[in-house]
Ligand binder design. Structure first.
Ligand code: HSE
Length: 328
């Protein structure tokens, strides 16, 4: 299976590391970061590109752009892992549209295009007989969409409750367990590559709200958008609030909730008992699904991180390979 990769941030590098380390039957024929690109129909050595990126900050030639890779490289699936822009979805949205029009499968971790244009992109993919998969957009390594699509097929999903932002969860855990200030904990989260390129997305609850919108649209197809989410972040939370919660054997977590029958779509810091299933630590995410047949199911896993998110991307790629593409 041949892929082209757009984006050489934490996720893109994780994908290349795994392709270099494992025998996945995946050949990379195009790669681009925001300033350069490389195209080779015979296959690019992922380890060499990772080394070049580390040394020079570039993955290839400045004369080759991401748009060139999308439109000219020979690939079965585009892996689109550029940073999220929740207002326009660009530049990822344009790249995804272009690849689908070329009848190429698309696998993305980019939340902007999926939150803004899920229905349009799914329709475009179906029209062109290809897949658009977005497992990596929600819950990091948690296979939430595979679970919904396969394991819970036939269930009606009644409600979702979740810890959907690894950075906020990491900050809250470090503040309450280690007594770090909000600023120190955020700095750590950024250094470890968990936070978004613009970390206000994380701490103001925007990232969690985007993920809630993606879940709602994927499950219920109800066409909700970011402005429909009642949102409060953790940026104004004080260490005192955390300490008071601790005194009651509780803690504070940023919880996302969607209950369509009540018209509820909300992200907010909530005081919850420490033994509640959604109280997870560090960059873990937790998603509880309330369903008619399976009743309550909670999935827990790493919500952010390079290899953790690459796991979701590779899972989507291998799904496409097994269903549509023969191994080379
Ligand atoms: N910044 C995001 C988070 C990355 O912390 O959850 C994963 O979507």
């Amino acid at each position: 299976m041949k892929i082209a990769l757009l984006g050489m941030g934490s996720v893109g590098r994780g994908v290349l590391e795994m392709i270099a380390a494992k025998d996945l039957g995946i050949t990379v024929t195009g790669i681009a970061d925001s300033k350069s690109g490389v195209i080779d129909p015979d296959g690019i050595n992922p380890a060499r590109i990772l080394k070049a990126k580390k040394k020079t900050g570039l993955c290839g030639n400045k004369k080759i752009s991401a748009a060139d890779v999308v439109s000219k490289a020979d690939y079965d699936a585009l892996v689109e892992v550029t940073p999220t822009n929740a207002t326009t979805g660009e530049p990822g949205l344009g790249y995804i549209r272009q690849a689908l029009k070329r009848k190429k499968h698309v696998v993305t971790s980019n939340k902007g295009p999926i939150a803004l244009a899920y229905k349009e992109l799914k329709t475009l993919a179906a029209k062109n007989g290809v897949e658009l998969r977005h497992e990596a957009t929600v819950g990091g390594a948690i296979p939430i969409f595979h679970t919904l699509e396969h394991g819970l097929a036939g269930n009606e999903i009644l409600a979702i409750f979740g810890v959907l932002n690894g950075t906020c969860n990491y900050i809250l855990t470090r503040m309450s367990d280690e007594g770090l200030t909000y600023e120190q904990a955020l700095l750590e989260a950024r250094e470890l590559g968990y936070a978004e390129a613009d970390p206000t997305y994380d701490v103001q609850g925007i990232d969690a709200a985007i993920k809630l919108v993606i879940l709602a649209n994927t499950i219920w197809g109800n066409g909700v958008s970011l402005k429909d989410v009642n949102r409060t972040g953790i940026d104004l939370l004080t260490p005192d609030a955390l300490r008071l919660a601790e005194e009651e054997d509780c803690t504070i977590r940023l919880i996302a909730e969607a209950i369509p029958k009540k018209g509820l779509l909300r992200v907010s810091p909530r005081i919850i008992e420490k033994n509640h299933p959604l109280v997870v630590d560090g960059t873990l995410n937790a998603i509880t699904l309330e369903t008619d047949m399976a009743k309550e199911i909670t999935l827990i896993g790493k919500g952010a991180g390079s290899l953790e998110t690459a796991s979701a991307i590779i899972g989507d790629l291998l799904f496409i390979r097994d269903r549509y593409v023969k191994r080379p």
